[in-house]
Design a protein around this ligand. Sequence first.
Ligand code: HDD
Length: 664
Amino acid sequence: MSNKKKEQIDEVTKSNDGKAMTTNNGVKVSEDENTLTVGERGPSLLEDFHFREKIMHFDHERIPERIVHARGFGAHGEFQVYKDLSQYTSADFLTHPEKTTPVFVRFSTVQGSKGSPDTVRDVRGFATKFYTDEGIFDLVGNDIPVFFIQDAIKFPDLIHAVKPEPHNEMPQGGTAHDTFWDFFAQNPESTHTTVWAMSDRGIPKNFRQIEGFGIHTFRLVNSEGQSYFVKFHWKPLHGLESLVWDEAQILHGKDVDFHRKDLYESIEKGDYPEWELALQVIKPEQEFDFDFDILDPTKIWPEDQVPIEVVGKMTLNSNVSNVFDETEQAAFHPGHIVPGIDFSNDPLLQGRLFSYTDTQISRLGGPNFNQIPINRPVNEVHNNQRDAMHQMNINSGQVAYHKNALNNNDPHPTPKEEGGYEHYQEKVEGHKIRKRSESFKDYYSQAKLYLNSLSQAEYDHTVDGFSFEIGMCNSIMVKQNAVNQLNKVDRTLAERVAKNVGVEVPEENEEVQSDAKDSQLTMEKYDIPIAAHSVAVLVNGNIDVDTLKSYAKTFAENDLNYAFVGQYPENLSEDFGITETFDTAHSTLFDSTIVLSDGSDIKPQVEEFVELTYKHNKPLFVNKAASQGLGNAKLKIDAPGVFVSDEPETIVKAFERARYWDRK
Ligand code: HDD
């Protein structure tokens, strides 16, 4: 299917194949190894224009990294709405099920710099650019449905606390340090989101298997001018999975690119990541029907109160040609909206509307960043904005103002009925004040709701997350203050974390008195498709090729990704499996392990591999000979998720569950 954005990008995509090297001025270069000098050993000459240009360009290759979300990875794709949503909105891309809309998505971590590891504990950015026929709509969201602060004026404070500390620029890529936890303890509005970040949601397994949330309340406006409050969600069709913290930490070293590699390779293989777009809609007359304020970005709309409606699907099906040119230069902005979509008065959203254009001016070097290929809409752009740094268009004609008679008043405004953007005419009255609404002040109930909704394993992981992060602080006061906050949400959490980090449990139990649960908040609500699974097959000794082939056949039948490890490559032909060595493969790089042994002594590398698989609660499948040889390994062969069999077909049963949390 044609993709208008890809076609537009193809027009400016250059290939050097078979081409002669030239300067930027188009002069063919005859030599590119030596500067122009006087004699072989003499001084260099300033007149060497090729040298000067090459070095000058190189000197300026870097641009400032994003102030937050610096580390990211993007891909192209398309979105299609399942049904006409004109009851809610006039947006063209949401009312034409026959249309596919090109999209570009960039996933990111928040805290770390551009070179930081992928698997840190952090919120993940999930920013989507829809190139609609009516202009660009950016949904600039995260993988957690709530945010740390309620008002944009606090964003610099939040980020200064989160980022590496200014006196020593540590730590890189994480919030396990004093300033973040001091911020947490002194700014209770951050409680709910922090609980999410300390749970398994903070360490996703990959980008394909995260949920996405627009977080803010937006408006949808239909062609009759009726408006609805809306929250946008992305639901991953590959399931929802997390890492184990120990595994995530090992991966920082084993493969700093773990998430981007997974996304890149999935797309290259044709195993395209997909998400369904879902909406939660509240009618204007229901605005005050809830025990939370619908403008408060630290609150979810529980799905039993506001049901989810699945409305469309996004598929990422093409990697970029050049990461800098496309992904790095992509400029997202929550203020990029199209007719049929509008903002709410969420004070966090309103503040973001200023920040995103402003930051591009220093990051991308001027106000013409919209003209960079990845940022151009697929429809035509005409206005009287002129000049400025890096102008890429030739704006012909005598007239650059409105109104005019010299050019027929062109470019001309378009009435709303014909597609011109008109802001929703909300009636607003009030005094100018600086004051947080009283309706924003319940900081703890939904944090408790979230904790109540987790499975026991997820709850335990959250205790571990808090214990690690608070435990990493140097200040006893900060640790104590942080635990005091937890005590206002959940007594058991406060008690367990206090014990782990060595501070007092507050005397008074101040926890939220509620058993309320929301079945949609646990990650265990998703089934994990077996095809999303990868398997390391450890070959211990001399296993005959036919046995290996019968396993490869089962993997292929179930779309499992696999690698044979250890038997390299002698009698394996490349066409039935990638082969790795114990130097290149590691337990943390796979979802499960199979050991096939011929009965010879188990190699130390196999034992270590298996023990880590076991420790990280992943499926472990061993043949009978291997099970006998693993007697000294640190594992219980009859524990949940350990399968002993000589039948390749039984692995399907072993991989029905992605993790066996009941294995202690
Ligand atoms: Fe932000 C980048 C998501 C609040 C200011 N933000 C950025 C990106 C994402 C988010 C995904 C990376 C986009 C990309 O891949 O290029 N930000 C959020 C969400 C928020 C949020 C979900 C709350 C619901 N952000 C927020 C506030 C402010 C900013 C309140 C400032 C007032 N965000 C920025 C920024 C960034 C950014 C400084 C850095 C790079 C960029 O914009 O282009 O302007």
